[in-house]
Design a binder for this molecule. Structure first.
Ligand code: ZN
Length: 298
């Protein structure tokens, strides 16, 4: 099967071959993003490793609950827009029935890629037949939100914050548009239009976060919650999460996301046409600088 593994592009330099750790603790699978050097920025290498990990946890009948966590100071800085391991132009063995994006011209390239690695994968993980818990500390920004939002429950530390600053790129929110389902519409507008950080405490008020814990206790508190879930009947858990997900579908979540996905890609194309860059002329450095300025940090 080796000939099916796509050759790696020469200009990509991964700092690790294992951007995701898979660990088990009794009936709980811990899927841990492990690029702490880059605040767990999500490249495709990580996305496919996450998909492998979800698949493994679902396939193992001994696993009753899945936890998604991030190693280091932050849960996730979002999609990788600037590390040496940024691999947007890399071919991977795809999981969904899309064509390869790499050789597609202009706007078709990102449109195809993000259907697979962002919108498609996130929907796939959200529909996993086992309960999932996101364990969030520090930053949960942009693409990081998508990873937390696909989980059934979110436990955050006191210092966790949530932010989607991509309007600065001219883009109406990240590819998995759950904003207006996670937050009341006016709060979702504020969250997106201002692009400011939202504390875990405020997020909890809207039900976006289930529980707030100390950073020291995050792991043990999430494990304790997972063990309580694991004691419930397997099929009952699956049916119950499906029932609630179905209510979200009846409220139009999937069609809202499909509509926004196209606005998102119109914005990528507009950025490309006006600045030669689908991120509207922004990069990791300029986004970090603007975020720090907005948060009053130097
Ligand atoms: Zn995008």
């Amino acid at each position: 099967m080796d000939e099916l593994v796509p050759p790696r592009k020469a200009d990509i330099s991964y700092e690790t071959e294992q951007p995701v750790r898979y660990e088990t603790d009794g009936p709980v699978a811990w899927i841990v993003m492990d690029r702490p050097k880059y605040n767990n920025a999500q490249n495709s290498q990580m996305t496919y490793a996450l998909d492998d990990a979800f698949q493994r946890a679902v396939n193992d009948d001994a696993i009753k609950v899945i936890v998604l966590a991030g190693e280091g100071k932050h849960f996730s800085a979002g999609h990788d827009i600037g590390t040496p391991g940024r691999d947007v132009a890399q071919t991977f063995e795809r999981r969904l029935l899309w064509a390869d994006h790499v050789n597609k011209p202009a706007a078709e390239m990102l449109y195809t890629r993000e259907q697979e690695v962002y919108l498609g994968m996130c929907r796939r993980w959200r529909d996993a037949p086992k309960p999932t818990i996101a364990a969030v500390q520090g930053a949960c920004v942009a693409g990081g939100l998508m990873l937390a939002w696909v989980c059934d429950l979110i436990v955050a530390t006191e210092d966790a914050f949530f932010q989607d600053p991509v309007v600065r790129m001219g883009i109406p929110g990240v590819e998995y548009f759950a904003h207006a389902f996670e937050l009341p519409p006016r709060v979702a507008k504020e969250f997106l239009l201002l692009g400011e950080r939202m504390s875990a405490e405020r997020a909890e008020q809207f039900g976006m976060v289930n529980r707030i814990v100390t950073r020291e206790a995050l792991k043990q508190d999430v494990q304790a919650m997972a063990l309580k879930l694991a004691a419930q009947p397997r099929l009952g858990l699956w049916l119950t999460k499906q029932a609630v997900n179905h209510v979200e579908e009846l409220r139009g979540k999937r069609t809202a996301m499909d509509a926004q996905y196209h606005m998102h890609h119109f914005a990528h194309a507009q950025g490309d046409l006006t600045t030669g860059n689908p991120l509207g002329g922004q990069d990791a450095k300029s986004m970090v600088a603007a975020n720090k300025k907005q948060a009053g940090e130097s």
